[in-house]
Write a protein that binds this ligand. Structure first.
Ligand SMILES: *Cc1c(COP(=O)(O)O)cnc(C)c1O
Length: 314
């Protein structure tokens, strides 16, 4: 195991809580804090760092020197795995959805510069990417790799994201976060099964996340040695499906306007795929009076700033 990797387990994490105070939070009478997971690492940002931590340790423990994972051409996960591979000395292979486009976009050029090998799969094959046949042919080509699923979500990712909860020294009533695959959400539910947790889907048709979060909790339960797995029956979490703005990575002028205003007011950068949509939703609920006055709310800044659109710059 590389020495950088062996410090990973106990490395202190810098992801402070900051109070968000503005006209909306004041009128609502709610204490709102933002947990700056985006500050954990400039490249392995936010929830991707949390999700990778135990996976990297596991890969090393299994003696694997290659990480293979999947993602779209703008994927924060691909970006993070490439950076982690460089930092912790793993060979990395990114299986990218769709055809190659030259010149590479910023995400993929970064990944390549980190040493990631990019392997493109047409969209039909990509849909079957976890079928034994497809994995077998990847294994023939790349040898015995450590597989990290798309978005990095598996039982070990849930374990890593549970540590977000241990890192919040506050009595919290509500936790809000953006969701893509539900891995981070599953970690929060496993870490705080009694808290009200609201996941904001970044995708259209986000109802599927209810099932994904449940499945991830079940897969975590298998590796969890603790006898009491109350998170499996927890019912205080739910998915908000109304704030996708037309679908994954789609934007609308009012979303961009909200992000610009938020950034100016709080001097905290957001991006338009996850954190912007989630905070738009949170502010909408604050204005609707959804949260009882006097509640304490923590929103998770899950990072992803590598994907911040240039449209937000003016
Ligand atoms: C990947 C990502 C998410 C989605 O996390 P899941 O665990 O897949 O739900 C949320 N926010 C940001 C910034 C991300 O990069």
């Amino acid at each position: 195991m590389s020495s950088a990797l062996s410090t990973l387990l106990h490395a202190p994490v810098y992801a402070p809580l900051q109070r968000l105070q503005d006209a909306v939070t004041e009128a609502a009478g709610i204490q709102v804090y933002i947990k700056r997971e985006d500050l954990i690492h400039p490249q392995i940002s936010g929830n991707k760092w949390r999700k990778l931590k135990y996976n990297l340790l596991q890969a090393a423990q299994e003696g694997k020197d290659t990480l293979l994972t999947f993602g779209g051409a703008y994927s924060n996960h691909i970006y993070a795995v490439a950076a982690a591979g460089k930092l912790y000395k793993f060979r990395t292979i990114g299986i990218i959805r769709g055809e190659e486009h030259q010149p590479l976009n910023a995400t993929l050029s970064f990944a390549r510069a980190c040493g990631m090998h990019l392997h493109y799969l047409d969209r039909t094959t990509y849909q079957q990417k976890e079928h034994p046949e497809v994995l077998y042919s990847l294994q023939e080509q790349y040898g015995n790799f450590y597989l990290i699923p798309e978005g990095g979500s598996n039982a070990l990712a849930v374990k890593g994201c549970m540590e977000i909860i241990q890192d919040i020294p506050l009595e919290v009533d509500y936790l809000c976060l953006p969701c893509g695959t539900g891995g981070t959400m599953a970690g929060l539910v496993a870490g705080a099964p009694d808290k009200k947790i609201i996941g904001f889907s970044a995708l259209k048709g986000g109802e599927f996340l209810n099932q994904s979060v449940k499945e991830l909790l079940q897969s975590y339960a298998i590796i969890d040695a603790a006898p009491n797995k109350t998170y499996l029956t927890a019912s205080t979490w739910h998915i908000q499906t109304n704030y996708h703005f037309g679908g994954y990575a789609k934007v609308q002028p009012e979303l961009l306007e909200f992000i610009r205003k938020f950034e100016q007011t709080h001097n905290i950068p957001l991006e338009q795929v996850y954190t912007g949509k989630m905070l738009y939703g949170v502010y909408d609920l604050l204005q609707e009076g959804y949260f009882p006055k006097g509640s304490t709310l923590v929103v998770l800044h899950t990072g992803g700033l590598q994907g911040r659109s240039a449209m937000l710059n003016f």
